[in-house]
Ligand binder design. Structure first.
Ligand code: MOS
Length: 729
């Protein structure tokens, strides 16, 4: 089904099942420990051996020798596989660095070998016996050092200019020119990257933990130089992804190579300390923001430039995305710069682009409001735009930023805030409030599904869509139940299998809207098949309560017998004709210990406008998870680089800090009533990434309001606050 006109009224609008707060249908499987994760497919792949991955001990250079003799003779060892004996490997389209390095080394902890043994302990012990000699080369590991040399944008992301920024900024009555930094971050999904592989002749089955089944399948086929149809990928349950599992990674490749070598299933899990350097991470940025406004606070000039580093072929972090669209202003400049670094590959992490971009832009807006002596909510409200500032003919599909901000301010008690920093004291605590806008673009992706109606009136949905803890199973079941007029418990959803139609997958917060739209399309076809079978006009028939009806004629669906249909949703150019984005208002209260600089976030509120909310319960869970991650980004998360040796030092969960329950206060989420007929037949949009965008800046702004200390360098740790806090008497 091609979707290229705004959605008309359709069966989803009944909202008998969709739009209601259903519990996750996979919840019982997860909470009872019976949902099989990637490392647990023992029944399907019995007698699996264990692979232990060896990571490079240098960041850049060459392996000069690898002695595996002692390892090969160690107890239980079945094979040692490296680039030397792995056969000729190709490379996946989505991978910048190769997944099995050697002799050339592209980054620290790049996999250089896998030791396969009967037990995990044997594999690990034998890996210690592999002797590797390297020739180390000098690398570039410090973005700040590389930055001055990078003055032009990458070819595929030219600077975007509207009007005349330079002259407008020069003549602005009030202006800000500030530079901010965000650090490298690691996804730290609870479930590590893990895979099991089994070969049957030249056909491979891979059980893995991956957000994008089709990308995994095609890139694994390319890497192994085998036909795509010989690779069967299964990933029905995933213990968190956050962008870290968008791509084929070394666990999958090395499991496949190990299993091929020993002709027996092999399982490979990356140990926690391997993950930050072996896989991808969110790259650090240096961002410069300039804003000019007239005396009344109308923005006349806005510029946002962002630098990040990456390995050759690694992507640019598009941290200026939101600045193209969030605020009005006739004169604009956004630009991206990409430095070459020899750190591990930087790539997507929850809301790539906007997450780090909003961390910065929304502090800059707070600073600007202060210069203007304006309330930060009002400053944003008067700079709202209902059209794309670069193309006034182009409207937003829906844009309720102002309503998010107004409702949030009202609900949070914003009027109680003292605009003068450092004034509110409760014993040892300095107390403050901060706010930020939230913004994340709404992307749409082709998505397919197959639906079956059985003779008992049950509906089964099959799609390679994934559920990374997000609620995909549930909203897909709700969609099929609504379309076919059956109760939710009559719907069975099967996900995460490359044997099923290719879906949007889970990424870029496009999953919910796009994948359910694909299920909608398949159900439209199934409804036609049922109508035709039972002699109804498909355009007039109503599906409800297990029946198909038209006027006073109704027939049970079970009378149709078994029927199947398959279709996909394809999106036309509505995302070009309209700007599709999601909006939020974030409000935060913090208390900062006047002696130690310890920050406690006391209250968090997000008001979101993101199209139809398909399931308010799962959507709320997405947003509170994202708010939690935003708090981590504000206060804790940072991969520390050893700039001499070129690796992330704190590569485990002892030293890479993320929030725990005790760090998180009561979180409130309000969804504004919205349906967006431009986005899809579901009239929904994404929320899973919107929820993080803006949170960290709201916390930074609250800390400023509490203390008067402005920190422009994330994370906002105690050391950055201490010197600005008042003297204790
Ligand atoms: Mo998302 S960072 O595209 O999984």
């Amino acid at each position: 089904m091609k979707f290229d006109n705004p959605a008309q009224e359709n069966p989803i609008d009944q909202l008998n099942v969709v739009g209601r707060p259903h519990d996750r249908i996979d919840g019982p499987l997860k909470t009872t420990g019976t949902a099989p994760y990637a490392y647990e497919w023992h029944d399907e792949a019995p007698n699996a051996a264990y692979g232990y991955v060896i990571g490079s001990a240098i960041a850049k250079g060459r392996i000069t020798s690898m002695d595996v003799q002692a390892a090969q003779k160690a107890p239980g060892v079945l094979a040692v596989i490296s680039a030397e004996n792995a056969g000729k490997l190709g490379k996946g389209e989505k991978n910048a660095a190769t997944l099995l390095g050697g002799p050339k080394i592209e980054h620290y902890h790049q996999a250089i070998a896998v030791v396969v043994a009967d037990t995990f302990e044997q594999a690990r012990a034998a890996a210690e016996l592999v002797q590797v000699e390297y020739q180390r080369e000098r690398g570039a590991y410090d973005l700040a050092e590389e930055k001055p040399a990078v003055t032009t944008p990458p070819e595929d992301t030219p600077d975007k200019k509207v009007g005349e920024f330079d002259s407008a900024f020069a003549s602005a009555a009030v202006k800000l020119d500030a530079t901010y930094t965000t650090p490298d971050q690691s996804h730290m999904a609870m479930e590590p990257h893990a895979s099991m592989a089994a070969w049957d002749g030249d056909k491979l089955t891979l059980w893995t933990s991956n957000q994008m089944i089709h990308w995994c399948q095609t890139d694994l086929a390319k890497t192994l130089n085998i036909p795509e149809e010989n690779v069967h990928v299964r990933s029905p349950y995933i213990g968190g992804g956050f962008g870290g599992k968008l791509f084929l990674r070394s666990d999958a490749l090395l499991a496949a190579l190990g299993a091929r070598a020993i002709k027996r299933p092999v399982k490979v899990m990356l140990t926690r300390p391997m993950i930050p350097n072996n896989t991808t991470h969110r790259p650090a940025t240096i961002q410069r923001v300039r804003i000019g406004a007239d005396k009344d606070g109308h923005i006349t000039a806005i510029a946002h430039e962002s630098w990040n580093g990456n390995v050759p072929g690694g992507p640019t972090e598009t941290a200026t995305n939101q600045t193209e669209f969030l605020y009005a202003g006739a004169n604009r400049l956004t630009g991206l710069r990409l430095a070459k670094l020899d750190l591990p590959e930087g790539n997507a992490m929850r809301a790539p682009g906007e997450a780090p971009g909003m961390m910065v832009l929304e502090i800059a807006m707070d600073e600007m409001a202060e210069k203007l002596e304006m309330d930060p909510v009002e400053f944003r409200v008067i700079n709202d735009t209902q059209v794309d500032p670069a193309d006034p003919q182009r409207k937003f599909s829906q844009r309720q930023l102002v309503a998010c901000l107004r409702q949030g301010a009202e609900h949070f008690g914003w009027s109680q805030r003292n605009p003068k920093p450092g004034q509110v004291r409760e014993g040892r605590w300095l107390v403050g409030m901060g706010m930020a806008a939230g913004f994340r673009n709404n992307l749409v992706m082709t998505s397919g599904a197959r639906v079956h109606l059985d003779a008992q009136g049950g509906v089964t949905v099959e799609t390679d869509m994934t559920d990374i803890g997000t609620g995909s199973y549930t909203i897909i079941a709700q969609t099929a139940a609504e379309m076919m007029g059956v109760p939710l418990d009559k719907v069975m959803v099967k996900l995460g299998d490359s044997a099923f139609p290719v879906s949007a997958g889970s990424g870029g917060q496009w999953g919910a809207n796009s994948s359910t739209a694909g299920v909608y399309a398949a159900c439209v076809k199934l409804r036609e098949a049922v109508a035709n079978t039972l002699g109804f006009n498909p355009d007039k028939a109503v599906f409800a309560e297990g029946q198909i009806r038209d006027g006073d004629r109704s027939v049970a669906l079970t009378d149709a017998g078994a029927l199947s249909a398959e279709d996909s949703i394809e999106f036309g150019d509505l995302d070009k004709k309209y700007q599709q984005s999601t909006f939020a208002g974030h409000f935060i209260e913090v208390a900062v210990d006047v002696a130690t600089g310890e920050v406690r976030v006391r209250r968090m509120l997000a008001v979101c406008a993101a199209g139809r909310i398909l399931n308010p319960k799962t959507a709320r869970s997405q947003v509170i998870g994202a708010m939690t991650m935003g708090l981590g980004a504000a206060l804790m998360e940072e991969l520390a680089i050893d700039t001499r040796l070129g690796y992330f030092v704190n590569h485990d969960m002892a030293a890479y800090e993320v929030p725990v329950h005790a760090d998180i206060p009561r979180q409130e989420v309000i969804f504004l009533d919205e349906t967006d007929p431009i986005s899809s037949p579901m009239k929904a949009k994404g929320v899973g990434e919107l929820g993080i965008c803006g949170v960290s800046a709201a916390i930074a702004n609250a800390i400023y309001n509490a203390t008067g200390v402005r920190v422009r360098d994330y994370p906002i740790t105690l050391d950055k606050l201490l010197k600005g806090l008042p003297e204790l008497l």
